[in-house]
Design a binder for this molecule. Structure first.
Ligand SMILES: Nc1ncnc2c1ncn2[C@@H]1O[C@H](COP(=O)(O)OP(=O)(O)O)[C@@H](O)[C@H]1O
Ligand SMILES: [Mg+2]
Length: 241
C-alpha cells in the first residue's frame, strides 16, 4: 500500500470546512517559478523562509518569530492588519517579510506581492508603456491580497512619490488590505519633548495622516541584530546563540 503523505487531506487535496471543502495546504507547498514571479520576490530572497531565520538569543529574535507565527496563523490579515518591521540594515527584515509572504502562499494559497519601495516608485515613474503601464502596476499594488513594501522611507521623498505612497496606503487602509513594511526608520517620533530635534521618522517624511494610519494597521516589530550582509555569517552559519 502506498504511504499517505498528508495527514490533513490523506492526499485527496481537499479538506472539509464549515461551509464545504477547501484546497488542502499541502497543494500549495510548492512555490513555482511562476508564483515567485507573480509575487515579485527577488531571486536573492527566494530561499528565505521563516524557518531558516536563525534566532539569536541576545537580540530577542525568538519573540519576533513567535509574533510572526501568530500573525500568519491568525485571520488578522482579513481585517487589514499587517506588520511594521523596523531596525538597522542587514538584520533580516527583508528576509522575514519574504518569509511571511511565502507562508501565506504555502498555508493559505494567497499570492501576495513584494516591492522594494524605491523600485516601485521608479517603475511607476518610468511608466514604460507597451510593457506594463503605471496604472496596471498601481492597480496590482492596491489590490494585492497582501503587500510587502520593502525599505519604506529609506530616503527623502519628492512630493510626487509621497502622493503615490499616500494613494497606495490610504486605499489599502480603506479596503482593509494588509501591508507588511520594512523600514530603517521609526514610524513616529518617540520624543515629544519640546525643544528636541526632530528625528528622521516616517511621520516626518510622509506626514501625520499616513503615519497614524500605518500605526493603526501594523503591529510594530523592532528587529535587532548585527549587520549580516556581506559576511560569512549568514543563514548557513547563522545559528549563533
Ligand atoms: N537571523 C538570521 N538568520 C538567518 N539569516 C539572516 C538572519 N539575519 C539576517 N540574515 C541574512 O542576512 C542577509 C541580510 O538580511 P536582510 O533581510 O537583507 O536585512 P535587512 O532587510 O534588515 O537589511 C540576508 O541574506 C538574510 O537572509
Ligand atoms: Mg531589507
Amino acid at each position: 500500500m502506498e504511504e499517505i503523505k498528508c495527514s490533513l487531506c490523506e492526499d485527496t487535496g481537499w479538506v472539509e470546512t464549515k461551509g464545504g471543502v477547501k484546497k488542502c495546504a499541502c497543494r500549495y507547498s510548492e512555490i513555482t517559478e511562476e508564483i515567485f514571479r507573480r509575487m515579485n520576490i527577488p531571486k536573492r530572497y527566494r530561499d528565505k523562509e521563516i524557518e531558516n531565520f536563525y534566532p539569536e538569543k541576545k537580540y530577542g529574535h525568538q519573540l519576533i518569530l513567535n509574533r510572526i507565527e501568530d500573525y500568519i496563523n491568525s485571520d488578522d490579515f482579513l481585517e487589514g492588519k499587517g506588520l511594521f518591521l523596523v531596525g538597522p540594515p542587514g538584520v533580516g527584515k527583508t528576509h522575514l517579510a519574504v518569509g511571511v509572504l511565502k507562508e501565506f502562499f504555502k498555508r493559505k494559497g494567497i499570492v501576495g506581492l513584494f516591492y522594494d519601495t524605491r523600485s516601485l516608485l521608479f517603475n511607476l515613474k518610468a511608466s514604460f508603456d507597451g510593457l506594463t503601464s503605471s496604472r496596471e502596476i498601481l492597480e496590482d499594488v492596491v489590490e494585492a491580497p497582501i503587500l510587502v513594501l520593502d525599505d519604506l522611507g529609506s530616503e527623502r521623498l519628492s512630493d510626487w512619490a509621497r502622493d503615490i505612497l499616500h494613494y497606495i496606503i490610504i486605499n489599502r487602509y480603506n479596503d482593509l488590505k494588509p501591508i507588511i513594511i520594512t523600514s530603517n526608520i521609526e514610524l513616529k517620533n518617540k520624543k515629544k519633548v519640546e525643544g528636541d530635534l526632530l528625528e528622521n521618522t516616517l511621520e516626518e517624511r510622509m506626514g501625520q495622516a499616513i503615519a497614524s494610519r500605518l500605526s493603526e494597521m501594523c503591529e510594530i516589530l523592532p528587529v535587532k541584530g548585527k549587520d549580516r550582509r556581506g559576511t560569512a555569517l549568514n543563514e548557513k552559519n547563522g545559528a549563533v546563540k
